[in-house]
Ligand binder design. Structure first.
Ligand SMILES: [Mn+2]
Length: 271
């Protein structure tokens, strides 16, 4: 049995299939974890969703997965570069969205936590899981539509334990599904999306701040890192190697630490 943790699919279904084949992934024997952003940008978002559900993958939600739910169920609008039409027009659209909406923001096993963007240095793994449960309750509750309508926004940009309501849930999602750079006081930056050469003044990548536990964090989201985490202060693995942008799709074998990649078949797309 092996556990394969695969980076952001972003609709790269052909590469997903090729990578599973290269790994000799066997359903029922091996386990499949997906680090979020299954959809959007690439040409095969619908096929990726169907495949992930069929293979019973353990997934965490990324910002693009949330965007799909916001468009389909929260009154949100498609954006220019979105490639979500095939999902929205599919006969099994509602089934797939129901499945997606039941996915968590974190998957934990012992000291290992998978999350799309990251967690704050001050959050224990137990706290991250508890906050994740709050978001899951909102996503699966009767007011899920209202929650999705209000979900996206850059404020509040700093976590406080006394945040309430939508502001609280939005801040949790902003950390776990959108974060890249934070300040020493854990304030989030939302403007910079490129690599470390775009680090805003007074900020640093979230993984360059120490933690007081020995957690191992697995994340995706940040294609510009190309799988690297320079000057990391914690045990961390970046798994988004930019398949949708002409890079590669990468799997980490959890038990051995081995990395396996297949090249993108979609050269030339820009983030
Ligand atoms: Mn992302």
């Amino acid at each position: 049995m092996s556990t394969y943790v695969i980076g952001d699919l972003h609709g790269c279904h052909a590469e997903f299939v090729a990578l599973l084949e290269k790994l000799a992934f066997t359903p029922g024997r091996d386990r499949l974890w997906l680090v979020g952003d299954l959809v959007n940008r690439g040409p095969g978002s619908l096929a990726c969703l169907r495949e992930a559900q069929a293979l019973d993958a353990r997934c965490v939600l990324g910002n693009h997965d949330f965007h799909l739910l916001v468009v389909a169920r929260g009154g949100g609008k498609l954006r220019k570069n979105d490639t979500l039409d095939d999902i929205l027009a599919a006969p099994d659209c509602e089934t797939l969205l129901d499945w997606l909406q039941q996915q968590p923001l974190t998957v934990r096993e012992d000291a290992t936590l998978m999350v799309h963007a990251g967690i704050l240095p001050s959050w224990s793994l137990a706290k991250a899981q508890a906050l994740d449960s709050e978001v899951q309750a909102a996503l699966q509750g009767e007011q899920a539509g209202a929650f999705l309508r209000d979900l996206f926004g850059d404020q509040p940009d700093r976590w406080r334990d006394d945040l309430e309501g939508v502001a609280r849930l939005r801040c949790i999602v902003n950390v776990m599904a959108r974060m890249r750079f934070i300040a020493a006081n854990e304030r989030l930056d939302f403007a910079a999306k490129r690599g470390l050469d775009s680090t805003p003044e007074g900020f640093a990548p979230w993984f360059q701040y120490p933690r007081d536990d020995r957690a191992r964090l697995l994340f995706g989201h940040w294609a510009a890192l190309s799988g690297k985490t320079p000057q990391a202060a914690i045990d961390v693995r970046a798994l988004d190697t930019g398949c949708a942008w002409g890079g590669a799709l990468t799997a980490l074998t959890l038990e051995t630490g081995a990395l396996t990649s297949v090249p993108s078949q979609n050269a030339g797309r820009t983030p």
